[in-house]
Design a protein around this ligand. Sequence first.
Ligand code: BES
Ligand code: ZN
Length: 861
Amino acid sequence: MPDVAASPAAPHVTRREDYRPPEWLVPDLALDFTLDAARTLVRARLEVVRNGDHKAPLRLDASGLHILDVRLDGETVNYWFENDVIRINVPGDSGTIETEVAIAPKTNTQLMGLYESGGMLCTQCEAEGFRRITPFPDRPDVLTRYRVRMSGHKAAYPILLSNGNPVASGEDGKAGTHWAEWEDPFPKPCYLFALVAGDLVANRDNFVTRSGRTVDLAIWVREGDLPRTEHAMASLKAAMKWDEQVYGREYDLAMFNIVAVDDFNFGAMENKSLNIFNSRYILADPDTATDMDYDGIAGVVAHEYFHNWSGNRVTCRDWFQLSLKEGFTVFRDQSFSADMGSEAVKRIEDVRLLRAAQFPEDAGPLAHPVRPDSYIEISNFYTATVYNKGAELIRMLHTILGPEKFRAGCDLYFASHDGEAVTCEDFVRAMEEASGEDLAQFRLWYSQAGTPKVKAQLVQEGAVARVLLEQEVPPTPGQKAKQPMPIPLKLALFGARTGAKHDDRLFILDGAKEELVIDGLTEPAVLSVNRDFSAPVIVETDRGAADLAFLSGRDDDPFARYEAMQQLMLDTLKQAVSNGEAAHEPVIEAVRETLANQALDPAFIAEAVLLPSEAFIGDHMKLVDPEAIHRAREALRAALGTTLESLWRDAYATHVANRYEYNPAAKGARRLRTIALGYLAAAGAADAPAIAKRQYDAADNMTDRQGALGVLANGDAPEREAALAAFYDRYRNNGLVLDKWFSTQALSTRADTPAAVEALARHPDFTLANPNRLRSLVGAFSVNQRAFHDASGRGYAFLADMILAADKLNPQTAAKLVPPLGRWRRFGEDRAKLMRAALERIVATPGLSKDVYEQASKSLA
Ligand code: BES
Ligand code: ZN
């Protein structure tokens, strides 16, 4: 059973300003596991050393453990055990602590600590799971050398893995059992500990580092999954090479293992030399994984690998510094993926995610700085702000300093802090020292929450243009007044007559109000600003449809081009929502020009011609009217589909492939083709369902198949039910693909989606116990704006029911589902009331976890 906070009404708040160095260090730890799913025995021997001049007792975190024995220097010792903390008086300045505890992996439904998944045993310790395995100072600034012994039944657990290198193994005296010992030479925080025991097979390969060392690579999966590990292996090798080339970082052990598990709270975990992955980020073949899945695998494999330096060799002092490793590593994985494929499309995808997940967070009740000041439950702070805004901060440093100075700053950071647990401040200081630039004001990006708003206006008189820039950082919970921040804006001026570029520069807006004068213009100019999305801000300009259409066809920065098109679409849709109608022609003409432009990459065209999502449109309205937004967007989609029908048919025919290939060009073609199909369906073309069904039946890959299914799922043609049934029958034994079956239906734009989702929650294949399945239905539904915000309020009640049911099993995963309810201020009174009622019902539930309590109570404020 999960821990229930003693009193969720007055839970303990942890504050950054209260940080104190650890009173005791643990340089060495020996662990001995007697593995059994029902009852595992864990014996630990900790060498403890007093840190500094004080009399404080040794403090060990211990959560959900059955404590059998505690000894100091071989003798039974008195200890205090209160609120999940063991305190022991150690008279000298060092000692040996031995503990023995029992834990139950089989009934561990939280998936934190040691748990069972599909017959194997595995661990998840970040952030505070190690205390659920053995008593230990569970904080990232205690660095320890590990020696781990595991023993268990050979039949159930033929493979025994831990961090570092295998040092010994053998058969036990007891029949049918064996053991293995592993040693990790690198001192590490306990959140990086890992153990895996199971019946697994490996895809083996190797990588020769640039200094000539051979690293043995292995990806461990169930036997039948072996053929689906090739892409993950190729991605790992590409990531290892890239980190050497771009950051000069080499891998540091002789072995690197990855294990895939089906039940996992997150995407993946960077445990030292033993990464553990949600199987969705390892397993792929053309029949079961989409292009998006392939890209996700490459990105996540790279991300966890990159942590070996940005996170493991240099780790976090405390969890408030989480962005130190996560923001930096997300920036690194984004750069890697950009280098492996289309830089422009990758930037568009990253910005789309930032705007869909982080901007609303920054504008709502759960807003917090990239380096938070306090938390109740740290697992609630693995947020889009810490990750994605954090990555934008690192990107801004890269932009402001330039690639060479940025690299020098990284080198200095790694060299001066290798083997240490440090802070975001240490990172910025290394950048400052290596570059000689003053980053005093830049530090505000770490401490101030809220997305800055930038007003940009171009005033031209003859040859002289003035660019007027203003910034404002909005108030957020606990932060009323804000200071101006340094905002790096890439901007350019284009001649409206010739399309010539007249200026292109990086301007750092560091005051509340600044003016930039550009002389020597020979024609009226159009302003392109925040090009390449150089700063994570909301830009407001007075550019009209003509300027936006011009930029969408002429700007030489692909992101700015995409952005101009999005702005044009958004302005049109906002007008349609408020007035009931709007002129569609400027959007249609801009899309026509983009579609017809042979010089453009089809992958880019696909992004550019997509309308902003209903949720994104809502984010730009004073109050969200989900039905009006849905109608306006569908009307524009239909107009685009009808008016440009022959172009969509051309695109559909042109981008057909003879057979499946995985490369950027083939991916772009597939994406544009299914988007064209979507527009034909939106146009109401009589043959659209038949074309979709044909695409479904003929598909030799999951991208085309799921693409066709998604188009059918939004409509009501008879082909819809047939395709959904066929998909289910074909993939009912593949959990990852079945997740797609659930999410496709939960994301449907049909009016009956709320009822369909309620029914799917009673489907025999639905389970609250598997985080992927829970997210595929409930998580997907909650971002489907029209369905979730059904005026009846049934969507809110359903989500609350699911959160409460899931909380009993897995509080962390349940808490991640709360934020959509916290957006009540953005909706009209009727919906706001219903959303608040759902949150109030959650908060009033006895036995609530502190995870859900924190998210729901803060969401009401
Ligand atoms: N260190 C995290 C895993 C993690 C997440 C542990 C949350 C504890 C709580 C890992 O490096 C990570 O960030 N994983 C991401 C994927 C990544 C590509 C952004 C995840 O799991 O979503
Ligand atoms: Zn990470």
